[in-house]
Design a binder for this molecule. Structure first.
Ligand SMILES: NC(=O)c1ccc[n+]([C@@H]2O[C@H](COP(=O)([O-])OP(=O)(O)OC[C@H]3O[C@@H](n4cnc5c(N)ncnc54)[C@H](O)[C@@H]3O)[C@@H](O)[C@H]2O)c1
Length: 446
């Protein structure tokens, strides 16, 4: 019989995972500690914006007309423990307040809540991004707490989904990595992922520490690639070079590749920044801190870009923000998401506001989250409204909608035709032809 699946923590990762598991044909029970989230999900609505997720959810949530009914939600750990054969732990692992290290309290709490209720054989599968060594520690805790004893086992199965492509990435992952300590756990996970494995997704079996390290090293590599091109942008600015051309040219080398070489205001979000910091902190505990000192530089190049964007904007409006109006296009940390966690766009908007400008933000999906985090910024219902009367327009999250803007139309509502492209995603020629002063990070000033 197909294993019954539970998903503990139904945020960006968990809600997507739960809906995807139902799509793959499994009976799924999702759990969260926030009752409002469970209520929303149970009615077929998603508490965040993720393309395609609501449709997927509505195809499966019990009680929705025409749905398969394979997906349900609860706040009860008892129900989850009774129901599931395989329990995916998808709770958050944020940065600890005031330190670089990962806050494991949510994962620990999930395991402590579930384990004492496991009376029958179960595989608990961690998906959260955790410091290396956590799986071994949690496996020991599970053995201690679970009435089922050795029949309750742990595995670690890091997640690589990208927000904005979460549904696609979960249903068709580019690889599946499982850290296991038994053949039985591997067999069960092969069964769960039979569909993507059948489509050709590589299935990589490792020990616990390697599985944990795959995730943090992948994120460190991606962060490094972004900071590399942003460092090149800094040099281009000093030498009057063009980082966009440079990226295109080095990207033709297939050992380097074109992806993740777009210079701009850098990375943010709920993963990369906190993951590289947690990785450094953990390496320090293990006595391997020297191996990761380069990540400190990766982090500081990244944070420097935000400050640099503020400087460019100040320069653009004549040296002081006092009495100036600045339009900010974008609040989410990336397009096709409403996630504003550690968003470079909002960080820049906030700094400019603090320096005396009147800042008006527009984002296609992230407005509500942005307003909750930065209530003192101004918000407008459209890009055009945000731009009205502006002395400078800042393009800070590369939504398609912004690439499609008509420079003449925007030009008709601003006070000054000045645009700063923090993502190198607009076409400079089109804007310049419409009499805009266009500036971007790492590109020559014309
Ligand atoms: N968001 C991504 O793109 C992504 C991608 C890969 C990996 N990850 C990793 O996945 C994990 C989750 O990330 P997220 O972005 O989904 O976070 P999130 O904050 O959106 O979701 C976490 C959910 O867990 C719930 N939760 C907290 N404690 C709980 C508990 N004890 N029991 C049950 N539920 C609990 C929260 O209420 C929340 O709904 C993190 O470790 C993250 O690093 C995230």
């Amino acid at each position: 019989m197909a294993p019954k699946i539970t998903v503990i923590g139904t945020g960006y990762l968990g809600a997507t995972h739960a809906a995807a598991m139902a799509e793959l044909g499994f009976e799924v029970l999702g759990l969260d500690v926030v009752p409002e989230k469970i209520e929303l999900l149970s009615s077929g609505r998603v508490p965040m914006y993720e393309p395609g997720l609501e449709d997927l959810l509505r195809r499966h949530v019990a009680g929705i007309d025409g749905a398969t009914g394979r997906l349900r939600f609860t706040t009860s750990y008892e129900e989850v423990a009774d129901f599931g054969d395989v329990h995916f732990v998808c709770v958050n692992t944020p940065q600890k307040h005031g330190e670089y290290a990962c806050d494991m309290s949510y994962v620990d709490s999930a395991v402590e809540s579930l384990a004492p209720l496991l009376r029958r054989p179960a595989l608990v599968v961690g998906k959260s991004t955790v410091p290396v060594g956590s799986a071994a520690r949690l496996a020991a805790r599970l053995l201690e707490l679970a009435p089922a004893g050795e029949a309750a086992e742990l595995a670690w199965n890091p997640e690589f989904l990208r927000e904005g492509f979460a549904v696609q990435d979960t249903l068709h992952p580019d690889r599946i990595v499982v850290g296991v300590t038994s053949k039985q756990a591997e067999k069960q996970l092969r069964e769960v992922y039979a569909s993507p494995i059948g489509e050709g997704s590589p299935f990589v079996v490792t020990d616990f520490p390697t599985a944990e390290l795959v995730k943090t090293s992948a994120n460190s590599f991606l962060a490094t690639k972004i900071s590399f091109i942003n460092a090149m942008a800094e040099v281009c600015e000093a030498a009057d070079g063009d980082v966009v051309k440079l990226a295109e040219a080095i990207g033709h080398d297939e050992r380097i590749g074109k992806k993740f070489l777009r210079a701009g205001i850098g990375f943010g979000g709920g993963c990369l920044p906190k993951d590289i910091r947690a990785f450094m902190a953990r390496a320090g505990e293990l006595g391997a801190d020297q191996a990761l000192t380069f990540l400190r530089e990766v982090d500081s190049i990244n944070m420097r870009r935000r400050g640099h964007m503020v400087e460019l904007a100040r320069e653009a409006v004549g040296g002081s923000f006092l009495g100036k109006r600045v339009a900010v296009l974008g609040a989410a940390f990336k397009p096709d998401s409403d996630d504003v966690r550690d968003s470079p766009a909002l960080n820049v908007a906030g700094q400019i506001h603090l320096q005396g400008a009147q800042v008006t933000v527009y984002d296609p999906k992230g407005m509500e989250n942005a307003r909750a985090l930065f209530p003192t910024l101004g918000y407008a219902p459209s890009a055009l409204d945000a731009a009205r009367g502006a002395h400078a327009v800042l393009h800070l999250t590369e939504w398609r909608e912004f690439r499609d803007l008509d420079p003449q139309e925007v030009g008709a509502v601003v006070d000054e035709r000045r645009i700063l492209d923090g993502r190198n995603a607009l076409d400079p020629q089109v804007w310049r032809e419409a009499d805009w002063t266009y500036r971007a990070l790492g590109r020559p000033r014309i």
